[in-house]
Design a protein around this ligand. Structure first.
Ligand code: ADP
Length: 424
C-alpha cells in the first residue's frame, strides 16, 4: 500500500517532531533525510516525512528542494501533502514559508491551503491570527532577536501576506468553535473571495482535532507539527487508514550502547550531570582539539576500556561562560564545526569498530553531523521517549542502529538512561 500522507519539513529536528506526532496518532512513519533519489524504495508505511535543511536558504533553493521532495512523494503514491515549518513561523519577508507553499500549491494544482504553526502542547497558540509563545506574543519573545529569522510581527496574516502574492485570510477562533461544518463553510467563503491562504486560529488540541477533520481533504496543509494531531483520526474516519495498533513498532536492535553530546543547552548539561553520578564519561576539550591533540583517539581509548561493561558518554558540552571563552578564542562557527566533526568521528568509530548499535545523540546540529557521518538515509520512527523525541531505527546503514536524536532543550534529567532502556 502506498503511504497516505507525504510531508516536506524545512529542518531535521522539526521533521522528527512531526513524525513523532503522526506515530502517536497511529500512523506508521518513516523520516527520509534529504530529497530521496528516484531509485529509493518507498517504505511500507502510512506517512513519509522528508527532512530538508531549507529554512534559511535563499528562497529559490528552498523552493527547488521542496518541489523535488513533493515530486518524489507524489511518485510514491501519497494522496495528501503537508509542508512543515517551525512553530514560531521562522521566516523573513523574503521567505521561505510563502514561496515554498506557493510552489507546492502550484505543483499540486491546488488553489487554497491553511497555515497553522500552533502547537498548544508546547505553548504555541494562535488567536485572531496572532501567534503566542506561552503567555507572550511571538514578537515579545527572544525570537525577536533570532540571528537568522527575527520575528518582530506576531500577526501571521500580515507576516505571510508579505511572503506571497496570494491573498491571506483568517479562520477565526469562533469559526472553529462552530465545528467542522463552520470551518468548511468559512473555507468555501474565503476561496470564493479569491483567498489562497488562511491562517488558522488554534488554542488547544481539541481545536486541532476539529480542524484536522474539517481540512483533511485539502491537497496541501501547512503548519507546525501540531497541525498533524487531528489528521490520523480524520483519515481513519474516511477509511484511508486502518485502525491497526502498534504504529510505533520498530525492529529490535541489540548491541553495545553509547551517548555522545554536543549540545550546550541547560537541559543537556543537567542530563550529563545526572549520568555522571552513576556512569563513566569523557569530556572533549575544544581548545586541545584546536591545538591538534588527538582528542578523538583519547576519547575512543577511554570508551574502549569500558564499553564492554556498559554504556559510556563522550561530550563536548560546557556551560555558557566556558563556551563563550572557547568561541572568543576559536570563533563561534569554527568551534561549532570542529566539535561537531570530532563528535561525529567518535560516533562513527564506535559503530564501525566497537559494536555500538544503540546511540543517543544530544544536540540538533550535532545529530545532523552524526547522522551524516553514519550514512543514515532515513529513520523508522518508534515510540516517544520524552515529549518531542522518539526512539528511531536507521535505514541506509550496513546494519540497523537504534538512535535517539535529542535537540538541545528536550528531555528529562534521566533522558540518556531512559532512552537506552527503551532502545534495548
Ligand atoms: P542544541 O540542540 O542544544 O542547539 P546543537 O548541537 O544544535 O545543540 O548546537 C551546539 C553547538 O555547540 C554545536 O555546533 C557544537 O559543536 C557546539 N559546541 C559543543 N560544545 C562546545 C564547546 N565546549 N565550545 C564551543 N562550542 C561547542
Amino acid at each position: 500500500m502506498a503511504p497516505i500522507l507525504g510531508c516536506v519539513a524545512d529542518d531535521f529536528t522539526g521533521a522528527t517532531d512531526l513524525a513523532n506526532n503522526l506515530v502517536r496518532g497511529g500512523m506508521r512513519t518513516v523520516q527520509l533525510i534529504g530529497v530521496p533519489g528516484a531509485d529509493t524504495e518507498v517504505p511500507d508505511v502510512d506517512a513519509v516525512v522528508i527532512a530538508l535543511k531549507s529554512r534559511t536558504n535563499p528562497p529559490p533553493e528552498a523552493v527547488a528542494m521542496s518541489v523535488a521532495a513533493l515530486d518524489w512523494l507524489k511518485a510514491a503514491g501519497c494522496q495528501r501533502f503537508l509542508f512543515k515549518y517551525c512553530s514560531t513561523f521562522d521566516s523573513t519577508d523574503a521567505g521561505n514559508i510563502g514561496p515554498v507553499a506557493d510552489a507546492l500549491l502550484d505543483r499540486l494544482g491546488a488553489d487554497f491551503t491553511i497555515a497553522c504553526p500552533a502547537f498548544p502542547e508546547t505553548g504555541r497558540t494562535i488567536f485572531k491570527g496572532h501567534l503566542f509563545v506561552g503567555d507572550q506574543l511571538l514578537s515579545d519573545t527572544h525570537m525577536r532577536h533570532h540571528p537568522l529569522t527575527p520575528m518582530t510581527d506576531s500577526n501571521l496574516v500580515a507576516v505571510l501576506g508579505r511572503q506571497t502574492a496570494r491573498r491571506v485570510g483568517l479562520i477565526q477562533h469562533r469559526d472553529i468553535q462552530g465545528g467542522v461544518d463552520a470551518i468548511r463553510a468559512r473555507v468555501e467563503n474565503l476561496r470564493g473571495d479569491g483567498y489562497g491562504y488562511a491562517i488558522l486560529d488554534a488554542v488547544d488540541d481539541d481545536q486541532l482535532h476539529t480542524a484536522g477533520e474539517a481540512l483533511a481533504d485539502l491537497a496541501l496543509i501547512t503548519g507546525g507539527s501540531g497541525i498533524a494531531i487531528g489528521l490520523p483520526e480524520a483519515y481513519r474516519r474516511r477509511g484511508m487508514l486502518a485502525a491497526a495498533p502498534g504504529a510505533d513498532g520498530v525492529p529490535r536492535v541489540t548491541g553495545r550502547a553509547a551517548v555522545v553530546a554536543g549540545s550546550c543547552s541547560a537541559a543537556t548539561l543537567g542530563q550529563i550531570a545526572e549520568w555522571e553520578k552513576t556512569h563513566p564519561s569523557f569530556n572533549i576539550d575544544p581548545l586541545k582539539l584546536a591545538d591538534g591533540a588527538d582528542v578523538v583517539g583519547e576519547a575512543l581509548a577511554f570508551a574502549r576500556a569500558r564499553i564492554a561493561d556498559g554504556p559510556v558518554l563522550i561530550y563536548a558540552s560546557a556551560p555558557p561562560e566556558t563556551v563563550k571563552a572557547i568561541q572568543d578564542r576559536l570563533g563561534r562557527a569554527e568551534a561549532g564545526e570542529m566539535v561537531e566533526g570530532a563528535v561525529a568521528r567518535i560516533a562513527k568509530a564506535l559503530v564501525e569498530e566497537d559494536g555500538v548499535r544503540r546511540l543517543v545523540v544530544a544536540g540538533g546540529e550535532t545529530s545532523g553531523a552524526v547522522v551524516s557521518a553514519l550514512g543514515v538515509t532515513g529513520l523508522h520512527i518508534g515510540a516517544q521517549i520524552d515529549p518531542g523525541v522518539p526512539g528511531t531505527v536507521t535505514l541506509g546503514t550496513a546494519e540497523p542502529l537504534a538512535l535517539a536524536l535529542k535537540s538541545g532543550n528536550f528531555g528529562a534529567p534521566d533522558f540518556f538512561e531512559k532512552a537506552l532502556r527503551q532502545m534495548a
